[in-house]
Design a protein around this ligand. Structure first.
Ligand SMILES: [Zn+2]
Length: 425
């Protein structure tokens, strides 16, 4: 095991690798714009000199292509690991979408093919295995849906009790996953930040491993593995740009940490520019980058990308650091632009993704329009979650199917009508 401890990203204090130090005890909360702001998150530290001697491209290549391939870089042992074979997702070269947007070298990292159909499985596998290591019997999180569904699945497999708390407006597909996996599922009126604040207060005295994004520090570690996979899939090099859908920023920073680690370990020579794409309705990280501030938003509105909207997150300082260090970029996109991206992905590339999972495609389209990226640059968009989680929305934005009567003639005449139409297109 190569992890050495936790370090506060605000004051630099060092702590043992224990859950009570996921947040720095020295750095207190302050109330800003009605939100409890906490800048003292901690980060898992590693002995990189020892790792340099132990890991290699050849070692990784001997193992199955999934998250556990990189176990040394995740502080995971070899024995008794709970897994659903997460990670190892495809990196798809997009010809049709690239042409539509005006690019020559566009890739999609398709995270919809993870076991619970979102990138959150990369985080949950670490959360649950660490919970077992810490001797915990229960895990829980506040979530906009995907993280809860994922945690519920991994907790079931690990025989851990699971409690999840979500806004009452969470898409039904995500709620259904939580309940069928057997998690105690609580829904509450209110926005994420309000619910999270009440939740932290409520679980203070309970022996439950807190696993919300921005809080449990192993979630950042899970995000690193997307960076490892992209580099390996491109032949051990990083692309020019990585475009992510940004909510809490945990995932964005995790990927950036992963790219930097590979460079530190001499496994790649370059790192990409990181880009955060968030909804106009409320993205503190995008606004923070544009306005050079780390303050919470004064307000947020509703968006179809419900998994991304927020006013503040514990990982905001780290996400801003990733954008700054990588000389990256951040941009807002509207709901209409997100819906267009859903259609493009489905109809041009056969990828069925949810609104929160495609903001990156809307964003890269805007970056091409404004000349932020060159046509030939290598760009990877992270498609973070499946559209099957919100089938009602997909039905609303696509063409209605035709109900026909049961006769061969009716089938033939309908097919003929469409063949004629398609032939003209
Ligand atoms: Zn601190």
């Amino acid at each position: 095991m190569y992890a050495t401890g936790l370090k506060c990203v605000n004051c630099g204090a060092l702590y043992p690798l224990q859950p009570e130090f996921f947040v720095c005890p020295k750095c207190g909360l302050e109330k800003v714009r009605g939100v409890s702001v906490f800048r003292g998150t901690t980060e898992v530290q590693y002995d990189y000199e020892a790792l340099k001697k132990s890991v290699s491209k050849e070692l990784f290549a001997k193992r199955p292509f999934n998250l556990l391939r990189y176990r040394e870089l995740l502080d995971l042992g070899e024995e008794n690991i709970i897994t659903l074979s997460e990670g190892g997702t495809s990196l798809i070269k997009c010809k049709n979408l690239a042409k539509k947007i005006g690019l020559n070298n566009l890739w999609l990292k398709n995270e919809t093919s993870n076991p619970t159909h979102s990138f959150k499985d990369r985080e949950s596998v670490l959360v649950v295995n660490k919970a077992l290591e810490f001797g915990k019997k229960y895990v829980s999180c506040v979530s906009s849906g995907n993280a809860a569904a994922s945690l519920a699945a991994y907790a079931a497999r690990a025989s851990l009790g699971c409690f999840v708390l979500m806004p009452a407006t969470t898409p039904k597909g995500k709620i259904a996953q939580c309940t069928l996996y057997g998690a105690v599922t609580l829904l509450m009126d209110g926005i994420y930040e309000e619910i999270f604040e009440l939740y932290i207060e409520a679980i203070k005295e309970l022996d439950i491993l807190e696993s919300s994004g921005g809080y449990n520090r192993f979630k950042v570690e899970g995000g690193k593995t997307i960076a490892y996979e992209i580099c390996e899939q491109l032949g051990w090099r990083a692309p020019a740009w990585v475009i992510d859908n940004v909510g809490a920023g945990t995932h964005l920073y995790g990927m950036w940490k992963g790219f930097k680690e590979l460079r530190n370990l001499d496994l790649v020579e370059n790192v990409p520019k990181m880009v955060a794409i968030g909804p106009k309705a409320g993205s503190p990280i995008v606004t923070g980058f544009k306005e050079k501030t780390d303050l919470p938003l004064t307000r947020s509105e509703e968006s179809i990308a419900d998994g991304l909207v927020g006013r503040w997150s514990y990982d905001m300082p780290l996400a801003l650091k990733a954008l700054r260090e990588s000389t990256g970029y951040a941009e807002h996109v509207s709901d209409l632009e997100i819906l267009k991206a859903m259609e493009w992905l489905a109809q041009l590339e056969g990828v069925f993704a949810e609104p929160s999972g495609v903001a990156c495609v809307s964003g890269v389209s805007k970056m091409v329009e404004t000349g932020m990226v060159d046509k030939g640059e290598e760009i990877v968009c992270i498609i973070t979650g499946s559209g099957l989680k919100e089938p009602e929305l997909a039905r609303r934005i696509s063409k209605e199917p035709t109900l026909i009567s049961a006769s061969a003639e009716e089938i033939r005449s309908n097919l003929q009508k469409h063949l004629t139409r398609l032939g003209k297109e």
